[in-house]
Design a protein around this ligand. Structure first.
Ligand SMILES: Cc1cc2nc3c(=O)[nH]c(=O)nc-3n(C[C@H](O)[C@H](O)[C@H](O)COP(=O)(O)OP(=O)(O)OC[C@H]3O[C@@H](n4cnc5c(N)ncnc54)[C@H](O)[C@@H]3O)c2cc1C
Length: 694
């Protein structure tokens, strides 16, 4: 049955369900030398790590190869230690209660929309379009899918890439861990088990650090990719199995997205059920849950949920004050202090979205007119805006710090008081989320944080801040912005409220402490009197940022020890050493300890966190290219630059589909009518921004 808007000439998604065999010549026994498995007689590009970042590079390589024939044979290796095609975070076989925190309609791994032609790199279905074709029960593009389903979509994208490769270009899928990279005779040799894969270009998209010094104490009962540091369990069931069992009290440190994973695993993952919707949601236990889950964090605030979907998925926010142009101007004067120079403009932008909903339309129109006459000083922009909003009848304004730390400075006489306050806050947050990402002033403002991430990066990345400010950003501001803008579906909030009411979940006041005691731990908060819980185990549910110096993964360790990779350091007095790998600007070549640059190697995504900000992105978005596709394309272009590709249809090698340019039009704001090709006040039109990015 054809799906409106999706035309399929070549349904290819089931052609490669079984990965290609890794046909290997083993090293001769006793020989110190490792035998090459793939030397090949042609050119070779390897992509190490096939999570979303690796797939995005492969998709752009595929798009750039469409309709061309390389002058010599080309082999592309897709290598992954976990699951080739989806990677560890999105692997199949993980419990379905682990869901993604993106709506399916806002996700695509194709760098252009499906058109009248066959699905191919550069023109394929969004995740929602694919899901709709695959499943008659497709719940709609606003639904949040399980992570394993997104993993299947990623594998499908790789299949489409492979199917569309030109003659003399082959894709080889290699399951295995790359444990070292040597350079020999101008080529790279990748060590995978006892095999060597030779290649001319290599892109490293290895995601979250695989191993850290205390990895040995990780326990296996919950999904391992979140890097939960869990203390060695003293709990065991009758069969001697270690882990959580009914009757235990489990502490959880962290109230972000991983906390939701842990809660899901300990409840529905153990056979419990949520029944009813919204405020009426109730938890029906299975009896297999622990007695109590006690969770906490520094702020005691569970990650705020996203407003219900109200904007087109391809919508791009047009900022009024926190513009890329302003940041470029500020940055040209030298390293910035994020708190003093940048944050006020970001907060101003967020509040504009807030007042858009809080003021009546005619007052907001007046307010908007005043924006152009504002003096350009970060020091007083918020004061001036607050005054203007107040003159028009709204005395409220949002502060990011207050939103992230609602209990700061508060003390509570008992846990009941704190729980009551928290529950009111969660109910209120869920109510705002239900109003929607446009109609709720609060959620509209928080969406802005998500929308302007690229501008934050423009201020921070590649040495934009002073050393002291970069430290402050990495340790406090960046995590706060991420916390406020990456929330899950509101359903998760209703689940938390139901669990709190059922007595299965308790949240500690700020800041939560878990200290070792006897055979377990004591959980408490210094700001809540008379409440201490004894826990058998504590799960650390915080995601660790990568740290090149501490990473014990064999590849990273070897590259670091050989001086081939170095950490990104912000010079200053004192300087600030981040944990991210130091890379050049696009195409992200690693910089060695001696300052030399490896031009045929690329490092993309999480390993470079702190050199660049917020690399934990696993999706492309429909609409004009954002950084996700631009990053992938820059690497694809560089990796293909040494092979002759006769017959290029256009200068930069990107294949232009029939609808490519139509794709670049759209409204600037849901309230505004589409206005193709024109400039809007305060921002670039889609057409303009698209043509500058492609
Ligand atoms: C539990 C969890 C849930 C998340 N949910 C979301 C979400 O809903 N939405 C979102 O946008 N982001 C989410 N994220 C953020 C996530 O980081 C990105 O979505 C995305 O997975 C990052 O893509 P990547 O390709 O950089 O890394 P990954 O997806 O982590 O893929 C990297 C791959 O490289 C492999 N690898 C590493 N080293 C080697 C080696 N030496 N040799 C061979 N293979 C290697 C790994 O095994 C892994 O499969 C989540 C993260 C986690 C941990």
């Amino acid at each position: 049955m054809p799906v409106p808007g999706v035309s399929v000439c070549t349904p290819v998604y089931n052609r490669h369900l079984i990965p290609a065999q890794f046909v290997a010549n083993h090293a001769p026994a006793g020989s110190p030398a490792i035998m090459p498995t793939y030397l090949g007689n042609g050119y070779a590009i390897a992509v190490v790590g096939t999570g979303p970042r690796g797939i995005s590079i492969l998709e752009r390589i595929g798009a750039r190869l469409l309709g061309k024939r390389p002058v010599r044979p080309l082999t592309i290796y897709a290598i992954d230690a976990d699951e080739v095609g989806s990677g560890r975070v999105w692997r199949s076989g993980q419990p379905r209660c682990l869901s993604m925190n993106n709506r399916s309609g806002e996700v695509t791994m194709f760098s252009g929309p499906a058109d009248d032609g066959a699905w191919r790199p550069g023109a394929g279905p969004t995740f929602a379009e694919w899901w709709q074709r695959m499943d008659a029960r497709f719940p709609g593009p606003d639904a949040y899918a399980s992570r394993s389903l997104y993993g299947r979509y990623l594998r499908f994208v790789l299949d489409v890439v492979e199917t569309n490769l030109p003659p003399d270009v082959g894709l080889v899928r290699i399951p295995g861990l790359v444990s070292g990279i040597e350079k020999r005779g101008g080529r790279f040799e990748l060590l995978v088990g006892d095999h060597v894969i030779a290649c001319d270009q290599v892109a490293i998209c290895s995601g979250h650090p695989r191993e850290q010094p205390d990895r040995s104490v990780l326990a296996g009962w919950t999904n391992p990719e979140r890097h939960q540091r869990r203390t060695a369990s003293r709990a065991s069931d009758d069969a001697g199995r270690r882990g959580v069992f009914p009757g235990s009290v489990i502490g959880v440190l962290g109230l972000g997205l991983t906390f939701h994973d842990v809660v899901a695993m300990l409840t529905v993952g153990r056979g419990g059920r949520f029944v009813g919707r919204g405020q009426d949601c109730e938890y029906i236990p299975s009896g297999e849950e622990p007695d109590l889950i006690v969770a906490g964090s520094r702020s005691a605030l569970p990650i705020p949920t996203r407003g219900a979907s109200q904007r087109p998925f391809s919508f791009r926010y047009a900022p009024r004050l926190f513009t890329p142009e302003r940041i470029a101007r500020l940055r040209s004067a030298g390293p910035l202090d994020f708190r003093a120079d940048v944050l006020p403009w970001l907060e101003a932008e967020e509040n504009i979205a807030f007042w858009r909903r809080r003021l009546d339309p005619s007052s907001f129109a007046l307010f908007e007119r005043q924006l152009s006459s504002l003096p350009s000083s970060a020091a007083d922009v918020m004061l001036r805006l607050r005054q203007a909003a107040s003159d028009l009848g709204c005395d409220e304004a949002l502060s990011l710090e207050d939103l992230a730390h609602p209990f700061r400075g508060r003390v509570f006489p008992n846990q009941g008081e704190f729980r009551g306050e928290l529950e009111r806050l969660l109910v209120n947050d869920a109510g705002e989320a239900m109003l929607g990402e446009v109609d709720s002033a609060l959620k509209a403002a928080l969406e802005v944080l998500r929308d302007v991430r690229p501008t934050v990066r423009a201020a921070v990345d590649f040495g934009g801040l002073t050393a002291a400010s970069h430290k402050d950003f990495v340790e406090r501001i960046g995590p706060m912005l991420a916390f406020l803008s990456t929330g899950p579906s509101v359903v998760r909030s209703y689940h938390l409220i139901a669990l709190l009411r059922s007595g299965l979940l308790e949240i500690l006041g700020p800041p939560a402490r878990f200290t070792a005691h006897d055979d377990g731990f004591l959980g408490y908060s210094p700001s809540v009197a008379d409440y201490i819980v004894s826990c058998s185990d504590v799960i650390d549910a915080r995601i660790r940022p990568p740290d090149l110096e501490r990473d014990a993964g064999p590849l990273t360790k070897k590259q670091r020890d050989a001086g081939a990779w170095r950490p990104h350091v912000r010079a200053g007095d004192p300087s600030f050493r981040t944990g991210g790998i130091d890379v050049t600007e696009a195409p992200y070549n690693p910089i060695a300890a001696d300052g030399s640059v490896e031009r045929r190697m690329y490092v993309l995504g999480i390993p470079t966190e702190s050199t660049r900000w917020f690399m934990q992105v696993g999706i492309g978005r429909p609409g004009p290219w954002g950084e996700f596709f631009r990053d992938a394309d820059a690497i694809a272009q560089a990796a293909l630059s040494e092979i002759g590709l006769p017959g290029l249809p256009c200068e930069d090698g990107a294949s232009v589909g029939p609808h490519d340019m139509d794709y670049c039009f759209g409204p600037q704001h849901p309230d505004e009518p589409p206005f193709p090709g024109s400039r809007t006040h305060g921002g670039m039109s889609w057409k303009t921004s698209c043509s500058t990015t492609r």
